[in-house]
Design a protein around this ligand. Sequence first.
Ligand SMILES: Nc1ncnc2c1ncn2[C@@H]1O[C@H](COP(=O)(O)OP(=O)(O)OP(=O)(O)O)[C@@H](O)[C@H]1O
Ligand SMILES: O=P(O)(O)O[C@H]1[C@H](OP(=O)(O)O)[C@@H](OP(=O)(O)O)[C@@H](O)[C@@H](O)[C@@H]1OP(=O)(O)O
Ligand SMILES: [Mg+2]
Ligand SMILES: [Mg+2]
Length: 351
Amino acid sequence: MPQEQAPQNETQTHDESYVIGYALEPKKIQNLIRPSLIDHAKKQGIHLIPIDINKPLIQQHPHLRFHCIIQKLQPKHWNNLNFHEYLSKHGANTTTTTIIIDPPHLVQKLQNRVSMLDSASQLPLSLQNATVGVPYQVVVDDEKKTKNSVEEMVMGSNLRFPVIAKPLYADGTMKSHELCLVFDAQGLRETLNKNAAGGAATPVVLQEFVNHGGVVFKVYVAGEHVRCVKRTSLPNIPEDKAKAGTLKFSQISNFTIQDNNVGDGANHLSNIERAEMPEESLIKELARALRERTGLNLFNIDVIRDAKDCTRYLVIDINYFPGYAKLPCYESFITDFLLDCVRNKAAVVCV
Ligand SMILES: Nc1ncnc2c1ncn2[C@@H]1O[C@H](COP(=O)(O)OP(=O)(O)OP(=O)(O)O)[C@@H](O)[C@H]1O
Ligand SMILES: O=P(O)(O)O[C@H]1[C@H](OP(=O)(O)O)[C@@H](OP(=O)(O)O)[C@@H](O)[C@@H](O)[C@@H]1OP(=O)(O)O
Ligand SMILES: [Mg+2]
Ligand SMILES: [Mg+2]
């Protein structure tokens, strides 16, 4: 359907026909809004319409009434679009409500690796004897770096090497995904002193590295819909094999076994194949609890399982609006969520 043309029943008459806008950056559109999704959604009465993220929404698609809008936006785009102006015309206090999925102030909490994990700490979850927690972590900012020696930082906390240094701000930039495994005090000194061109400069979080068998469980959440998949992770670091210095890496869970710089390819494949999935009830409870804690609908949770204690799960990362297209049959996963939003508006938290 050309962008300017409204779906035939655009003036909202047919119960089973809905207009969903997507306000996304070009890369996300390319990854997510594939013809297979557009076709599948259309068969369920959902028309997916692109929204230009660089101009006010009120100036776009004058003949369309959006039932719902999904978005992953930088603040400047949020300002450009001026949803508030649009909502004052089509918002909650009018008869033609448009719902915008997930408010930016809640999404922002996932863009800081401290507030992100706060939502996952002390979860009241203990199913089949399994517990879910977060790794121990400390923040090092410029002030702390100047005032304390590396030895003081480590000795003064419960941190033990190896640690992972992660940029504090997980704001979607390439830099925010540049992580560093740090094996000793010298490695930490180097990591903290890197300049802008050299990776993890402050502010960073230093997070306890937990051996977990080289597999990360990615739990994708879209409202009440939940799917868990296994992906590549860092291999175990044997305690008796002392390593020194640092190892930089980025977005390792996207690596396949063809990527030859992640340990031994064959071992990784079998690690992933062999790893048992967490109990479904645990995954569902975790997703439900984090939906409640974060107030968000669209996110994924990276979870690892302690290699020493298979009942101990740890949330290490939460991402807003992740790469759903990596899920098998993601088309129905996304469409079912959108149908829930438009049919049962009370079930979603929105702007
Ligand atoms: N505390 C930890 N212990 C062991 N491994 C970890 C830990 N934290 C992260 N990792 C490994 O590093 C990878 C990247 O870490 P993390 O998910 O925090 O980074 P990210 O850049 O935010 O990732 P994403 O691409 O999912 O947004 C994880 O998938 C996991 O393999
Ligand atoms: O597409 P985007 O730019 O949103 O990238 C997201 C990426 O999806 P993609 O790999 O399909 O691109 C996600 O991968 P999975 O967890 O689903 O594996 C994850 O890395 C997010 O953290 C990224 O969002 P960011 O943190 O950078 O905002
Ligand atoms: Mg991650
Ligand atoms: Mg992340």
